[in-house]
Design a protein around this ligand. Structure first.
Ligand SMILES: Nc1ncnc2c1ncn2[C@@H]1O[C@H](COP(=O)(O)OP(=O)(O)OP(=O)(O)O)[C@@H](O)[C@H]1O
Ligand SMILES: [Mg+2]
Length: 460
């Protein structure tokens, strides 16, 4: 059997109306019962006062009640009956006999309140003993019709019967309208969400911000779309840049090979062409290597093999390996400060990180320059800085240099063999290690890259 699904607005309204009906019902019953009880106890108090008053006015002679000339209950809205005691002889009464008998049938009727029904409605009765010389000599029964009270209660019941369904109806309509209004943006969200495809992430809800949960949802939805669009754009840009970067070396290799094969060349010319081809292949191989690394890191497939590392030794080792290269460029490469420092990291990635930074420093520092590395232990963090006296980076480029394929001067940096991926890889490695990378630079004076990595207290 197919399960029935109700729209949220119907469900909300239904729950709300059910609750309201329950509350109204409870409220009406309570009001009715409390009011009835109050009216009856009021009535009882009136009957008692009346009985006492009448008994105090009775004409008593020698312990005998004399029947009054005028009935004691005349000209009042009360009923009454007078008995002598203990013989229970009825002296006077204007209460229908059958009712009186019903009331006085039990010997305990003295002081009892009772409601009795008869053809003309209902009546409440109360009896009060009449004392003479500390002895009961008579009993007075006072009654009053409850018809007025019953009518009031009936009217109240009628009002409830009429008002409760009216309230429920108003509440249901109001509930549906409110739920409709409150949930309307959701239908809009569903519509926009259906229209969104990978090809077009530019759609937004653009709902006015209302500050409530739905407003928040709509805003979050838009922000999510914004992030998705940005990341999709970046991905697209990355693919475009990557294919462009790969096309160039392939074109060079192709041209070199073609022109070498076309016609006769001297050995020297062949050698030159092969050198260029080799150079471009190396460049391409590095590029592919870097691209694969970034693609893996994007897909969260790049796993770090964490181990405890002696950073001081690691960098010291790298520097002694790279020193000859720096020298060949006419540069001095030195570790100027080396606090004993340990970090937890992936050795290959940490080497790659500092290799890229030192490689940049070598590439972008003219002959005669200096590259100084310092490692400082700050307790919780290890600060490593690579400072060069190179060409520097113009201020307007600084915010972008960690972006993929970003090069300050495309033509110049291209000649240095760079593809603009080094620093974005550095940034990924530093982030993956819970650290931070910063850059400071002055054009024409030099650049300092600073890497902060969480410190390891001791090697174990
Ligand atoms: N030490 C530095 N001095 C001056 N400019 C630098 C320095 N380091 C980086 N840059 C600038 O930042 C750009 C980006 O650096 P990045 O390392 O990402 O790319 P690259 O060195 O050009 O190429 P790759 O590292 O992929 O071989 C460089 O092209 C260069 O313009
Ligand atoms: Mg680089």
């Amino acid at each position: 059997m197919k399960k029935l699904y109700f729209p949220l607005k119907i469900k909300l309204t239904l729950w709300y109306v059910l609750l309201l009906a329950f509350v109204l019902f409870l409220f009406s019953i309570m009001t009715y019962l409390i009011l009835e009880k109050m009216l009856i106890s009021n009535e009882d108090a009136t009957l008692k006062t009346q009985a006492q008053q009448v008994s105090s006015l009775l004409d008593i002679e020698n312990g005998k009640i004399k029947s009054a000339d005028e009935l004691f209950y005349a000209n009042t809205e009360f009923y009454g009956a007078l008995y002598s005691y203990p013989d229970l002889r009825l002296i006077e009464s204007n209460i229908p006999k059958a009712l009186l008998d019903q009331y006085t049938y039990s010997p305990n009727f003295i002081g009892k309140y009772e409601t009795l029904r008869y053809s003309k409605g209902s009546i409440r009765l109360y009896s009060e003993p009449i004392y003479y010389d500390n002895k009961i000599i008579g009993i007075i029964v006072i009654g009053q019709s409850l018809n007025l009270m019953n009518l009031t209660m009936k009217n109240l019941f009628g009002i409830f019967i009429f008002l409760i369904p009216l309230f429920i109806l108003i509440a249901s309509l109001g509930g549906i309208i409110i739920a409709n209004k409150a949930l309307h943006p959701i239908s809009h969200i569903i519509k926009v969400a259906r229209e969104i495809s990978v090809g077009d992430l530019s759609k937004r809800l653009n709902l006015p911000y209302t500050g409530d949960e739905i407003g928040n949802l709509a805003q979050t939805f838009d922000l999510m779309l914004e992030r998705l669009e940005n990341s999709f754009e970046r991905q697209k840009q990355f693919t475009n840049d990557a294919s462009h970067e790969l096309r160039t070396p392939i074109a060079v290799i192709q041209t070199q090979a073609e022109s070498a094969l076309n016609g006769k060349r001297t050995i020297e010319e062949y050698r030159k062409a092969l050198e260029i081809i080799l150079e471009e292949s190396k460049h391409m191989s590095k590029l592919i290597h870097n691209l694969l690394f970034l693609a893996r890191s994007d897909a969260n497939a790049e796993r770090l093999l964490m181990e405890n590392l002696n950073l001081s030794d690691l960098i010291e080792g790298m520097v002694s390996e790279l020193e000859p290269i720096a020298e060949s460029h006419g540069l001095t490469l030195k570790v100027v400060k080396n606090d004993p420092s340990y970090v937890r990291g992936d050795q290959t990635r940490i080497i790659q990180l500092f290799y890229n930074l030192i490689d940049n420093a070598i590439k972008y520092t003219p002959q005669g320059g200096r590259i100084e590395i310092s490692i400082e232990n700050y307790g919780k963090f290890i600060k490593t800085s690579i400072k060069d006296t190179g060409i520097g980076i113009p201020k307007e480029h600084l915010p972008h240099i960690f972006e993929r394929f970003y090069r300050v001067d495309k033509a110049r940096d291209k000649k240095s063999g760079g593809s603009g991926l080094g620093l974005s890889i550095c940034k990924w490695i530093v982030n993956a290690h819970g650290g931070k990378i910063e850059v400071e630079s002055q054009e024409g004076k030099g650049t300092t890259f600073t890497v902060w990595l969480p410190a390891l207290r001791k090697m174990s």
